[in-house]
Design a protein around this ligand. Structure first.
Ligand code: PGA
Length: 253
């Protein structure tokens, strides 16, 4: 069980190696010691080495936005979990909605990628979430169950402790629309039920994601069902990211 909030930044396809290094340096220089928050950043894979070098020796951890299921081979354009380990990454995202939406990533492929990452010793933030039409038509719970099924079915009591779930309603990502506190609470509770139905030990660590910013974060994190956030846009604006870290530090764990 995590004893701190987890604040993970998904930089998406922003900040190439030079910009990412500069941003990481500024971040490192601006951050004060943290007692309640783990801060993770996921740069584009091509920028990850530069960021890992910059953040070496700090408490900030570097990860990837996706990972392949094989260790090596003829998979043009993909990244091996072993390569991520090699550069000092400690985690990866899998199943992000942009992967599902634009690259045809299925929940089965997300499960395979998750397994490979776990085998390589990475922690994994598995992203799930419903589209607006699925929510409006009352399908949210079923969609989340279907997305979780292949991932959770492959976990053992041991690997389950290395998995973090990120609930990100697709309609809230990058749109400025945030799920209501009630919806976040109820959906996280449902995800916990799905976790328990797979006979996994303890409870799931669940992040919320989707237009998190310094204005809405405090009340979201105050919900006991929420253990942290996965943040896109606000994670690549230094002032906002530092503000989110400050809020996490000021919120009871
Ligand atoms: P956003 O992205 O914070 O820009 O909405 C979140 C995500 O895609 O993880």
């Amino acid at each position: 069980m995590r004893t701190k909030h987890l604040l993970a930044g998904n930089w998406k396809m922003n900040l190439g190696p030079t910009q990412a290094r500069a941003y990481a340096r500024q971040l490192k220089e601006s951050i004060t010691p943290l007692s309640k928050t783990d801060v993770w950043v996921a740069p584009a894979s091509i920028s990850a080495s530069a960021v890992a070098e910059e953040l070496k020796g700090t408490s900030l951890q570097v990860g990837a936005q996706n990972v392949h299921w094989a260790e090596s081979g003829a998979f043009t354009g993909e990244t091996s979990p072993l390569f991520l380990k090699d550069l000092g990454a400690t985690f990866t995202l899998t199943g992000h909605s942009e992967r599902r939406q634009f690259f045809g990533e299925t929940s089965e492929a997300t499960a395979q990628r998750t397994q490979a990452a776990l085998k390589a010793g990475l922690e994994v933030i598995v992203c799930i979430g419903e589209t607006e039409s699925e929510r409006v038509s009352g399908k949210t719970e079923r969609v989340l169950e279907e997305q979780l099924q292949p991932v959770l079915a492959g976990l053992t009591a041991e690997t389950a402790t290395k998995v973090i779930l990120a609930y990100e309603p697709v309609w809230a990502i990058g749109t400025g629309k945030v799920a209501s506190l009630k919806d976040i609470q109820e959906t996280h509770q449902h995800i916990q039920k799905v976790w328990a139905s797979h006979n996994l030990p303890g409870s799931a660590v669940i992040l919320y994601g989707g237009s998190v910013n310094p204005t809405n974060f405090a009340e979201i994190l105050a919900l006991k069902e929420v253990h942290g956030a996965l943040v896109g846009g606000a994670s690549i604006k230094l002032d906002q990211w530092l503000e989110l870290i400050k809020i996490a530090e000021a919120t009871a764990v």
